[in-house]
Design a protein around this ligand. Structure first.
Ligand code: CP3
Length: 357
């Protein structure tokens, strides 16, 4: 997969990346087959991941360029997916500016001192490329090794990150988050504005280093009614998309349970809207409107069913996507850790075969 380091070789690779099925689908161009990648395709579903990570805490592994590179490449090698996604986490930029936090196995991000007052906002200073040198270094190595396979950079969206910062960890109800949003809208607006600067810069660093698409994870935005999303969240998310608009790389916007928000999530500035499994892709396309590609949307738990059932469900996703302007096949949320890796490899083969033009 490596490319010669001659200028002409690099040029060839750059155009091969640009001509990849994944980037073509994001741009709503015709494709040789429907491209497929999986959110959380690296990680605990892969034994080779567990081996590399042995004894290294999650957040530390995200700061080691060689490890980032290796883990990012693992699912590309094993499954033959059409895109790589950088091994990192949505809380990495917060850690990088000095927020005291950890990722607890089986729990998720946990914040030592939650952000709840105006004074707490001082801890959210802007991020600079020097805060995340390991990201730049890892992507530099990866773009060489990936050859024609595009690399997706990502960030958490302001709302989803704010929810972790305010609640202090994962939440089912977002009660403190919503209490701030409704009770002190000015403080809330300042908080998400600061997060939009940090996350926009984190995306820019990744694109500058060589990422050829970006995804904004607003995983928990589905907790919001459309009016609240529009008023309290969308302006900050729009700033993140604006920050990387001039690079011309496709921008994907994803959340869970966002059926009622799909139109607004497209409007926020996305080129590709990610859809979970609750809304069929043809209906999602009506909600999003023309001019955008869609990504999704096989229920990740379907992968625990027998092969024939997985294939029937995957075919249903392809059928619902048949009339779309552009479709990137993905799961409706991340790969679950106990997923059989072979089921994922078979799914990639199935999507490629069934969608071959
Ligand atoms: O393959 C990939 O998708 C690349 C890397 C990636 C990770 N996290 C690595 C990771 C990506 C894209 C993320 C995004 C992320 N992180 C999101 C948005 C996606 C989503 O699922 O909605 C969120 C909400 C987080 C926060 C987070 N980090 C959670 C909820 C967890 C799981 C905690 C647990 O143990 O159940 C993490 C940890 C994490 N991030 C792991 C990985 C591989 C597992 C760490 C481990 O191996 O112990």
């Amino acid at each position: 997969m490596s490319t010669e380091r001659r200028p002409s070789g690099q040029q060839t690779t750059a155009s091969a990346v640009s001509d990849s099925a994944f980037l073509r689908a994001c741009r709503r161009e015709d494709v040789p087959h429907t491209p497929v990648w999986f959110m959380r395709q690296a990680g605990r579903s892969l034994p080779e991941y567990l081996k590399v990570r042995e004894g290294v805490p999650m957040l530390e592994s995200c700061t080691r360029p060689e490890m980032i590179k290796e883990i990012t490449l693992q699912p590309v090698r094993r499954h033959g997916v059409d895109a790589a996604v950088l091994f990192s986490d949505i809380v990495v930029p917060l850690k990088a500016i000095g927020i005291d936090l950890d990722i607890k196995p089986g729990v998720g991000p946990v914040i030592a001192d939650p952000v709840r007052t105006r004074a707490d906002l001082d801890r959210l200073r802007p991020l600079t490329p020097d805060d995340v040198p390991y990201v730049t270094e890892a992507i530099g190595m990866l773009t060489d090794d990936l050859g024609a396979t595009p690399l997706i950079g990502f960030t958490g969206a302001p709302f989803t990150l704010a929810s972790y910062l305010i609640e202090g960890g994962p939440s089912r109800t977002y009660e403190r988050t919503k209490a701030m949003m409704y009770g002190d809208p000015e403080l809330w607006a300042d908080l998400v504005e600061r997060l939009s600067v940090i996350t926009g810069e984190f995306l820019a660093v990744q694109v500058e280093a060589g990422a050829s698409a970006v995804q904004v994870f607003d995983s928990w935005a589905g907790a919001l009614a459309p009016d609240d999303y529009r008023r309290y969240v969308m302006p900050a998310s729009a700033k993140v998309f604006e920050r990387v608009a001039a690079y011309g790389v496709p921008r994907i916007h994803f959340g869970v349970g966002t059926g009622e928000l799909l139109g607004l999530m497209g409007e926020a500035g996305a080129d590709v809207v990610g859809v979970d499994w609750r809304v069929p892709l043809d209906e999602a396309a009506r909600r999003v409107g023309p001019g955008k590609a869609l990504q999704g949307n096989l229920d990740p738990t379907v992968l625990f069913a027998p092969r024939a059932a997985v294939e029937a469900k995957a075919q249903a996703v392809l059928d619902a996507a048949a009339g779309l302007e552009g479709h990137v096949f993905n799961l409706g949320h991340g790969v679950m850790p106990s997923t059989d890796p072979d089921a994922l490899t078979r799914l990639v083969e199935f999507v490629h075969e069934r969608s071959a033009r």
